[in-house]
Structures are given as C-alpha cells and as structure tokens.
Design a protein around this ligand. Structure first.
Ligand SMILES: Cc1cc2nc3c(=O)[nH]c(=O)nc-3n(C[C@H](O)[C@H](O)[C@H](O)COP(=O)(O)O)c2cc1C
Length: 200
C-alpha cells in the first residue's frame, strides 16, 4: 500500500486458555498500568520517522498474525490509532484477544520501539469515532476508506536497536544510515524511477 501523503514522519500465554475470555484478560502480573504519558516525544518522533509499523495479534486459538500498517499515529493522548483499511484478520483477532504488539524501526538508523498493549476496535457511530477519524484523515487523507479504527493502549514499551550499535560502538548513526542506504539499494531504486523501463 502506498498512501498519497508524505509521512514526516509477549506475553506468556496460559496453556489452558479455553476457559479464558481474552477480551477481559487483565494485565499480566508484573505489568505496569497503562499511562497516558508512555509515548514520549522521542518515541513519537521515532514513530513518525519509521513510517511503517508491524502489528502482531493473536487469535483465540493462539494463532499469531503480523501485518504491516502505514496509517498509524499517536493520538496525542497516549494511544496509538491504526486505520483498518484492509486488515480483517487483525480486527478479528483483536475482537477475540485484546493483547497486541506493535514494532517499528527507522530502517535507516536501525532504531525503533516495540510497544505491547491492549487494543480495541472503534467503529463508525461509536463514541469518539469521528474525532479519531479526523486525526487519521489528517494523516492519510480521504483516498483510502477507513472501515474502523484500531485503538492501542500501550502497556510496555521497549527500545529496539540494531546489535551493530553495541557490537561496533565506534560507529554511529551515520554509519548505520550509510549501510542501510546500501542494504536497501536506495540508489538503485532512485535510478529506476528516474529512468522508467521501456516496457512500461
Ligand atoms: C506498506 C503497507 C502498508 C499498509 N498499511 C495498512 C494500513 O495502514 N491499514 C490497513 O488496514 N492495511 C494496511 N496494509 C494492508 C494490510 O497489511 C494487508 O491487507 C494485510 O494482508 C492485512 O492482513 P490482516 O487482516 O492479517 O491484518 C498495508 C500494506 C502494506 C504493504
């Protein structure tokens, strides 16, 4: 999916889950309560620069699902909004089990975050939907129809950093950027779009 905008931007599972209603599952022991201020300006900046995130969900049967999302943002009040445009399994899983995990990295700096939390689905007509939709539309415009909005309340946030930062501490962010530009063959792609192939 390519949006028509320029973005600036685990929990141990009980083996006997048959009797548990995951929609109502409380936070696991040891987990801090969700706080509105967990998403710091630094984390928000990382979200913006990462562009794409990967959202992991789990079905009632414990089957995991991970899929990419580009229409996502911090709502400014501690929650993450993800537009459901084409994510039926993600939405179904969240209805069955609210526990999710969202990961993102800036592919150039090779740093990002993993956010575990609880998700719910906010649908058209429900309280607060229009305000959330407005924030999503500000981000992605109106080209993609939004079916509902996934609302994630962070519970735990961990940093993700490429092992090379610690293995080769003498090199810094600029070295990672240089390496990633080469790894992702950025110059090749730029050349490709500058000189479209003759068979198109
Ligand atoms: C780069 C990219 C960004 C995407 N962003 C979104 C998004 O923001 N929202 C969405 O609903 N689907 C998005 N999709 C589409 C879903 O990832 C795709 O339809 C996936 O198969 C959904 O499956 P699920 O139902 O298992 O989540 C995106 C796909 C790609 C490749």
């Amino acid at each position: 999916m390519g949006f028509c905008f320029v973005s600036n931007g685990v929990m141990a599972r009980p083996t006997n889950h048959a009797s548990l209603d995951f929609k109502q599952t409380p936070l696991p022991p040891g987990h801090p309560p969700a706080h509105a201020d967990m998403i710091t300006p630094e984390i928000e900046a990382s979200m913006e620069s990462s562009v794409l995130c990967w959202l992991a969900t789990v079905s009632a049967e414990g089957v995991p699902n991970v899929s990419p999302k580009e229409a996502w943002l911090h709502d400014g009040q501690g929650k993450i909004l993800v537009a459901h445009i084409a994510s039926p399994k993600t939405v179904r899983n969240i209805e069955e089990n609210s526990q999710v995990c969202l990961s993102f990295i800036n592919i150039f700096t090779q740093k990002g975050y993993q956010i575990s939390g609880r998700a719910s689905i906010c649908r058209p007509g429900e309280s607060g939907y229009e305000a959330k939709l407005e924030k999503v539309v500000q981000r992605i415009g109106t080209v993609f129809p939004v079916l509902s909005i996934i609302v994630i309340e962070p519970v735990r946030i961990q940093t993700i950093i490429a092992p090379s930062y610690t293995m080769f501490p003498a090199s810094g962010a600029e070295d990672r950027i240089r390496e990633s530009l080469a790894t992702y063959r950025v110059e090749d792609y730029i050349a490709q779009v500058k000189q479209p192939s003759s068979d198109t």
